[in-house]
Ligand binder design. Structure first.
Ligand SMILES: [Zn+2]
Length: 294
């Protein structure tokens, strides 16, 4: 059973309905710019709304990285969580009744990846579907020109557009082991960041062209090393699931970056450096102070 899902195949992707423009281009541009102004204002108001005492208690319990944040960063995170909770729709599936704990925990973990960056707060995600535990989904694989279909248990899924799916018991058990190196919420939302440039391929939008060269070299080498070690039957400190493809590698090392930052910095300094530059955070510097990583 795969711990995490592969990225959904194109057959799963919800396509946005094509809209037919009936108004003039000028009217359309005016409306969309007005919409942008309203959105900005609404978000600015949400950012000023701190989390409640109960919501903070949930974050403290289930998202231990926040203990390392200074007041400004914490405020920024809370503002992002407020917007995330207001704009994303949560749906309980398989009989799960949604609670504040579920929404706030997922929101705070997802928004941890957005600190310090210009962000539109996962514009590709409309809905987060939460199952009580691992759910079964149809999987398809190609082998020698034959498509093999089967049922697969999944604990998380990230669609290129619209949806993230999570199993709540895994979200909670990952939260109870903050230095375990696994976090399904960080994993699935790393896929979303990766896909914001139009492709979930292990290379998120990095800005300057030089950054892509260095990213491809460092992550390509590490991905190659992981695959070689696995092939040779040698132990690896990076989750073997990362060898599935470059997109899974990025998601897996994102989990490690936040959950085992000191180990990652010590054993894979160049990889740590690339991720620290992308996420604009240095969790290894704080790991000892929150005592979440031995
Ligand atoms: Zn994945």
């Amino acid at each position: 059973m795969g711990r995490r899902s592969p990225i959904a195949a194109s057959g799963h992707v919800r396509k946005a309905p094509r809209c037919r423009l009936t108004s003039s281009g000028v009217t359309f541009r005016f409306l969309s710019s007005m919409f942008g102004v309203f959105k900005k204002r609404r978000r600015a108001a949400l950012r000023r709304e701190p989390l409640t005492v109960a919501e903070r208690a949930i974050v403290n319990k289930n998202v231990p990285f926040v203990a390392a944040l200074d007041d400004d960063d914490r405020k920024e995170l809370e503002g992002l969580v407020r917007i995330f909770l207001a704009e994303k729709s949560f749906e309980g599936c398989g009989g799960l009744e949604l609670t504040e704990e579920i929404k706030v925990t997922i929101g705070a973990l997802a928004c941890t990846l957005l600190l310090h960056r210009e962000t539109d707060i996962y514009p590709g995600v409309d809905a987060i579907l939460v199952y009580p535990s691992a759910y079964r989904a149809i999987s398809r694989a190609r082998e020698g020109g034959v498509v093999i279909e089967g049922e697969q248990a999944r604990v998380g899924e990230s669609w290129m557009r619209g949806v993230v799916i999570l199993a709540w018991d895994h979200v909670k058990s990952d939260a109870s082991e903050p230095a375990g190196g696994h976090n399904v919420v960080l994993h699935e939302f790393a896929h979303q960041l990766d896909g914001e440039d139009g492709a979930m391929d292990g290379a998120p939008a990095l800005g300057a062209r030089a950054r892509y060269t260095s990213w491809a070299r460092v992550l390509g080498d590490e991905f190659g090393d992981l695959s070689k070690k696995l092939h040779a039957g040698r132990p690896t400190d990076i989750d073997p699931y990362g060898a599935t493809n470059p997109a899974e590698f990025f998601a897996v090392v994102t989990e490690m970056f936040f959950e085992k930052p000191r180990a990652l910095r010590q054993r894979h300094p160049a990889l740590y450096g690339e991720l620290a530059a992308f996420y604009r955070q240095d969790p290894a510097a704080h790991a000892a102070s929150v005592a979440h990583e031995p």
